[in-house]
Design a protein around this ligand. Structure first.
Ligand code: PBG
Ligand code: ZN
Length: 328
């Protein structure tokens, strides 16, 4: 036979053809932009390990969210950093805590112009930096549940549109769901960090959120990176407990887990492209080793292709700008 029968290259000839058979689209509609709000007098403070990312005061955060809205970003994920921390992380469930104040201010200013998702965890608020309360040197699962549920309730009472527990305690989705159904709003969805790994990729975030554990690590509650089947089990449990959206985190090192989750479950799936992914791409681009825009777009697209409906990414504003210029 003289010629190959099949020539996939025929459909790669030009951009119009490639565009027509493209299987995955990247659009700003699927993005969530993480934002840090801190109790402080400065309007904003840069995070050295995360170029372009800042901690904001409540005042400063309004301006940042206004920019996100102008770029048509549909949602933000809000993290709070209190002025004072304590053993019990009491700032997390204080009606007048930083995140509760910020939520009220954001809702008052922007209403439904942006979907406001709040991170529910204790690590930003505890003096020891763990995601729950300590008994000896271990995080006490069941003692933590009620505090997480109370935190979620205060977020919802302040006006949060969705809550996202990131602590990895067993049973927290159920505890939060029950609390919201009884005392808050049964229509507020829960996006659970269902398969969250004990990853090396969180360290820039811990600078931004001031949430590094002061002793030990998070391996006794976050997942062990070599495990995939266990992720399916974690996700199944969160769905049983009432999660509306499930999440795999990090994204890039865990695309296999994301793809398995996509095949296995039919509920909306989120992926968190974490601070370390952001820092790596920025560092390589700053050195001239990688093209910034192409790397951001290809990596974000790969997360979509693996099956994420929702991508939480610090690149949301960059992608939003390129979308406005029609150059995605
Ligand atoms: C804390 C939390 C972490 C992230 C989101 N919530 C870090 C951690 O578990 O230490 C990571 C986000 C990122 O790296 O961008 N519960
Ligand atoms: Zn935490």
């Amino acid at each position: 036979m003289k010629f190959p029968v099949y020539r996939p290259r025929r459909l790669r000839k030009n951009e119009k053809l490639r565009g027509m058979i493209r299987e995955t689209d990247l659009s700003v509609n699927h993005l969530v932009y993480p934002v840090f709000v801190k109790e402080m007098s400065e309007k904003k403070v840069a995070i050295p390990s995360m170029p372009g990312i800042h901690q904001f005061s409540v005042d400063g955060v309004l301006k940042e969210i206004d920019e996100a809205i102008k770029l048509s970003i549909p949602a933000i994920l809000l993290f709070g950093i209190p002025a004072k921390k304590d053993e019990m992380g009491s700032g997390a469930y204080d009606k007048n805590g930083i995140i509760q104040k910020a939520v009220r201010a954001i809702k008052k200013r922007f209403g439904d112009k942006i979907l406001l998702i709040t991170d529910v965890c204790l690590c930003e608020y505890t003096s020891h930096g763990h995601c729950g309360v300590l008994k000896g040197d271990t995080v006490d699962n069941d003692e933590t549940l009620n505090l997480l549920a109370k935190s979620a309730l205060t977020h919802v009472m302040a006006g949060a549109d969705m809550v996202a527990p990131s602590d990895m305690m067993d049973g927290r989705v159920k505890a939060i769901r029950e609390m919201l159904d009884l005392h808050g709003d049964y229509n507020v969805p829960i996006m659970s960090y269902a398969a969250k790994y004990a990853s090396c990729l969180y360290s820039p975030f811990r600078d931004a959120a001031e949430s590094a554990p002061q002793v030990g690590d998070r391996k006794a509650y976050q997942m062990d990176p070599p495990n995939e089947r266990e992720a399916l089990r974690e996700i199944a449990l969160d769905i049983e407990e009432g999660a509306d959206i499930i999440m795999v985190k990090p994204a890039l090192f865990y695309l296999d887990v994301l793809a398995r989750a996509r095949q296995t479950f039919n509920i909306p799936l989120a992926a968190y492209s974490v601070s370390g992914e952001y820092a790596m791409i920025h560092a390589a681009a700053a050195k001239g080793h990688l093209d910034f825009k192409r790397t951001v777009l290809e990596s974000t697209m790969s997360i979509r292709r693996a099956g994420a409906d929702i991508i939480i990414t610090y690149f949301a504003k960059d992608i939003g700008k390129w979308a406005k210029e029609n150059s995605l």
